[in-house]
Design a protein around this ligand. Structure first.
Ligand code: T3D
Length: 266
């Protein structure tokens, strides 16, 4: 099978693994095969100790247009009630949860439009670096649906409740410059620089103490639902774990010896 036939391209560059959604003709709309491949690849990245940063991006001019609507058109051929919840629970939610809890940095390199569940997928990643031509659309409302795959969770946390409500209710397109201004993305770069800038950021993160990054992610995620005292105690507990890593000892040794640290992710 040639690369062009693979629904998900998996590329390794040192400790950085890139997952490239590869259905460019339909802006990487998510059908069940692509969702299955993505879920498997994320689980594998979690287990593989050589992977210290994960990048998710799209082939062609889109990041992902969300659920492949043509793929599910059969549902609408009769008047029978449609049960979407099961599809979301089975196909989308495990991937979204896994990315959120993966104890490694996950970057969405948003190369084009991210719509519907494709937008949710970008939002659940830890960092978003967007090309100038990228855009974000909470497209669910345009097809009479509720934002899913974590959008109602991530969107207000990233941009605040009022903006989240507006974007979810209107389904309007947010271009990259606005996305940067409202905190939907971390960085915007010229289209031609997206790959290089993503690689630079991913390599930088992959060379950091991976365990401490994973624990930081745990702490910040937990902070949304903890009160201060609970969070203080949680930080102390996580710090005990971080303090027992090889990378912590290496960081201290490197500082005292006035040299660059060599973190191994252990
Ligand atoms: O079903 C469940 O389980 C529930 C789950 C729901 C989760 C969801 O994600 S619901 C939301 C689904 N997504 C959308 O509603 C977005 C639909 N797409 C669009 O609105 C537009 O395509 C975009 C705004 C994303 C991009 O517009 P544009 O003008 O740049 O491109 P285009 O011409 O519309 O699309 C290019 C091709 O991709 C086109 O095919 P063609 O005409 O060249 O053969 C188009 O049909 C196809 N495409 C785009 N999005 C989808 C799609 N094909 C299938 N499913 C799509 N979501």
């Amino acid at each position: 099978m040639s690369d062009d036939d693979q629904i998900l391209l998996i590329e390794n560059d040192g400790a950085v693994r890139t997952l490239r959604l590869n259905r460019p003709d339909v802006l990487n709309a998510l059908n069940d095969d692509l969702l299955a491949a993505l879920g498997k690849a994320v689980r594998e990245a979690e287990k593989d100790k050589t992977v210290r940063c994960l990048v998710i991006t799209g082939a062609g001019r889109g990041f992902s247009a969300g659920q492949d609507l043509a793929d599910v058109s059969g549902r609408y051929k009769s008047d029978a009630p449609i049960e979407l919840g099961a599809h979301i629970r089975e196909r989308y939610n495990p991937i979204i949860s896994k990315i959120r809890t993966l104890e490694k940095p996950v970057i969405a390199s948003v190369n084009g439009v991210a719509a519907g569940a494709g937008c949710s997928l970008a939002l659940v990643c830890d960092l978003r670096i967007a090309a100038e031509s990228a855009s974000f659309i909470e497209a669910f409302i345009n097809v009479g649906l509720v934002p899913d795959s974590g959008s109602t969770f991530m969107l207000p946390r990233l941009v605040g409740a009022a903006r989240a409500m507006e974007l979810a209710m209107t389904g309007r397109k947010v271009k990259a410059d606005e996305a940067l201004r409202i905190g939907l993305v971390n960085r915007v770069v010229p289209d031609a620089d997206l790959v290089a800038e993503t690689t630079k950021l991913a390599q930088q993160l992959a060379a950091l103490p991976t365990r401490a990054i994973g624990l930081t992610k745990r702490a910040i995620n937990a902070a949304w639902s903890n009160d201060l005292d609970t969070q203080l105690d949680y930080e102390a507990m996580l710090q005990t774990t971080a303090g027992q890593t090889r990378d912590h000892r290496e960081g201290i040794a490197a500082f005292l010896e006035k040299r660059r640290p060599n973190f191994t992710g252990e």
